[in-house]
Design a protein around this ligand. Structure first.
Ligand code: CA
Length: 367
């Protein structure tokens, strides 16, 4: 069909770029078809290195599935950290609309919105299953949206790493004294707790961790878990691998959507964006569970790494310090107080159930 026929067919002014068919007799039908024919070129920026296992691949999967499931009506070009914007500017890019999608972790934005960190990981807080329960069924997502509203950004849970590891250290940790003066890469509330224990928290994006640890710029790092830690080769930079990840019991990754770009989509495409993100949120946790188990075995059998438990007295003291850090965070920011009230009430509530289900079952399995 020639362009002039097309314009004639839908009555002049309704011409839409890329329109390939129309029904001139039915104005609402024409409008629907023109919406279906519109294509949207979206950009996704991430805080992750290119092709990075787990979190990075998950972000790329969101992009690919949005394009695939929309039949190409939305195309998404993904940029790794530093390709379009540095890792720590991902939220700004989505907020300003230079990217329509962003993938990262909400504790990276605590400088913009202190309450953001409660949606990623709370030390001694809730695990992956409990976080998803709070977010989807306990009012968590509504609060997250409230926290991001001033930025014009819609947050979604965009994956979960499961319980992380405690990290890689260049020396043994036998007592709290060993944390004093320790320079460690550790983000969010966990970093604040380390500071109160006498350590020096450093925030570095993933891509800079290995070199910093190997050159001695930092003495220790937490990253994610065996799957990602092995991929970075962290066992070549420090030999003491500690557990558990007290500071990140089940870290929620986030997929951010620019609100104006989302609202400009027809309803069916909005549904595709939402359902793809939700699908990858659950798939990523399954991937981490499987791959972390494989990678832990590889670290132990091929690289001679023997994971060590933090001494109980160290964990106990870190937990005591976490109470003060959270109290100060919520005292300084009313929105953090509102979010934490919901978070902590849900944790208490779900813990009572998990005491007689998950926790009781793990003990039973080990009998
Ligand atoms: Ca981590």
């Amino acid at each position: 069909m020639k362009r002039r026929d097309l314009i004639k067919g839908i009555g002049g002014g309704l011409a839409v770029a890329g329109l390939s068919a129309c029904s001139g007799a039915d104005p609402s039908g024409a409008a629907k078809k023109s919406a279906e024919a519109e294509t949207h070129k979206w950009t996704m920026v991430t805080t992750w290195p290119k092709n990075f296992p787990g979190v990075g691949i998950g972000a790329e999967r969101i992009a690919r599935l949005i394009t695939q499931n929309s039949g190409g009506r939305i195309t998404v070009q993904v940029y790794a950290a530093g390709e379009l914007v540095p890792a720590m500017e991902v939220m700004t890019a989505v907020s300003e609309g230079s990217a329509q999608l962003g993938h990262g972790a909400s504790y990276y934005w605590k400088g913009k919105a202190p309450a953001a960190q409660f949606f990623a990981a709370v030390p001694f807080g809730m695990n992956a299953q409990e976080m998803n329960a709070w977010l989807y069924y306990g009012g968590g997502i509504e609060l997250w949206r409230e926290v991001y509203a001033p930025f014009g950004v819609l947050p979604h849970p965009g994956g979960n790493t499961g319980t992380q590891m405690g990290g890689w250290f260049n020396k043994e940790i036998n007592s709290l004294e060993d944390l004093k003066g320790l320079k460690m890469r550790i983000p969010g509330l966990g970093g604040e707790i380390l500071k109160r224990a006498g350590g020096i928290p450093v925030l570095l994006p993933g891509g800079e961790i290995f070199t910093a640890l190997q050159t001695g710029t930092i003495d220790a790092t937490e990253w994610i878990g065996p799957y990602n830690d092995l991929a970075f080769g962290l066992h070549q930079a420090a030999k003491f691998y500690y557990y558990p990840g007290w500071h990140e019991p089940g870290t929620v990754l986030e997929c951010m959507v620019n609100k104006a770009a989302f609202e400009a989509l027809p309803a069916d495409l909005q549904g595709i964006v939402d359902s793809v993100i939700s699908q990858v949120n659950s798939e990523m946790l399954a991937e981490y569970t499987a791959r972390n188990a494989e990678a832990l075995a590889t670290l132990e059998t091929e690289h001679g790494i023997v994971p060590r438990a933090f001494p109980n007295e160290v964990l106990k003291r870190l937990k005591e310090l976490s109470v003060g850090v959270i109290a100060d965070t919520i005292a300084a920011d009313p929105l953090s107080a509102k979010v934490y009230e919901s978070f902590s009430a849900f944790q208490k509530h779900v813990a009572a159930y998990h005491d007689v289900s998950e926790r009781a079952f793990y003990k039973t399995r080990d009998l």
